[in-house]
Design a protein around this ligand. Structure first.
Ligand SMILES: C[S@@+](CC[C@H](N)C(=O)[O-])C[C@H]1O[C@@H](n2cnc3c(N)ncnc32)[C@H](O)[C@@H]1O
Length: 250
């Protein structure tokens, strides 16, 4: 059967079969990708050394909503910034799942000299800021500073700040960063984070902005697009299929 589909696909691609209903049917059932072997030929990221074991255990712990695709970008970012001077920061920690992934990725890639600064209200999305999506106020209340502190207590290189990032960034004003993960869901928070780290990211450092490609978080796209209008020349920017936006400082 596969071979027949494959043959039909080749005929369609060569323009030898033009029958609209046949074409539509083949595409509709996703035979296009499968028959071309798109999934078969792709490297399976779970099989990549080190990543799969860590990603699986983080997904199983259910303390992050990030799945393997976005975790893999964080894994790559950790590796690519390992030799860049500076520390690591995450804004939007929630229950600590993505933070643990980052700190473990650093450890498993032999990166020992970086501190990880974490910021969250630890009581949900800030009430005083507008959510641009349809979720209304709140969200992510199901966490606490104490439980996250306990969850991450075995890592001596982690420093956690409770409260609005805007009230706490003064504590890292004298630091420089090689990697920053911003996962805050809303426009104002993303805008303030981008503005702060713009002047605190070392050359070669990377900012991963979660949700840039998600229609559920329109404020994130707006914040980064506005930021790029001003600072495009200072960054190499990637809009990646995972829904993350990547900024590499030039
Ligand atoms: C999507 S969750 C983070 C998820 C986490 N990165 C993970 O993968 O498990 C978003 C978090 O951003 C936090 N947040 C949003 N704006 C913030 C701000 N201005 N200051 C501090 N925390 C903020 C919220 O409290 C919420 O916990």
């Amino acid at each position: 059967m596969k071979q027949i589909i494959r043959n039909i696909m080749h005929q369609i691609l060569k323009g030898k079969i033009t029958h609209p209903i046949l074409k539509k049917t083949i595409f509709k059932y996703g035979f296009y990708q499968k028959s071309l072997g798109a999934n078969i030929k792709k490297i399976k990221i779970f099989e990549i050394d080190g990543f799969g074991v860590l990603a699986r255990s983080m997904i199983n712990e259910k303390r992050t909503y990030l799945k393997e695709d976005r975790l893999y970008i964080l894994w790559q970012t950790v590796k690519q910034t390992a030799d860049i001077d500076g520390d690591v920061a995450e804004i939007g920690v929630f229950r600590g799942g993505s933070s643990k992934f980052i700190v473990e990725a650093l450890k498993r890639n032999g990166v020992k000299n970086k501190r990880i600064y974490l910021f969250d209200t630890f009581k949900g999305m800030p009430d005083n800021l507008v959510r641009e999506d349809k979720r209304g106020k709140g969200g992510f209340e199901d966490t606490s500073f104490e439980t996250v502190k306990k969850y991450l207590s075995s890592y001596s290189n982690i420093i956690i700040y409770k409260g609005m990032f805007e009230d706490n960034y003064r504590f890292i004003a004298d630091k420089k960063f090689s990697m920053v993960h911003i996962d805050v869901d809303i426009y104002n928070s993303a805008k303030n984070c981008l503005n702060f780290f713009n002047s605190h990211l070392n050359i070669g450092g990377i900012i991963v902005l979660d949700d840039y490609g998600f229609i559920t978080c329109p404020g994130i796209r707006k914040a980064l697009n506005e930021f790029l209008l001003k600072y495009k020349k200072s960054y190499i920017f990637f809009d990646i299929e995972t829904g993350q936006g990547l900024l590499i400082k030039k």
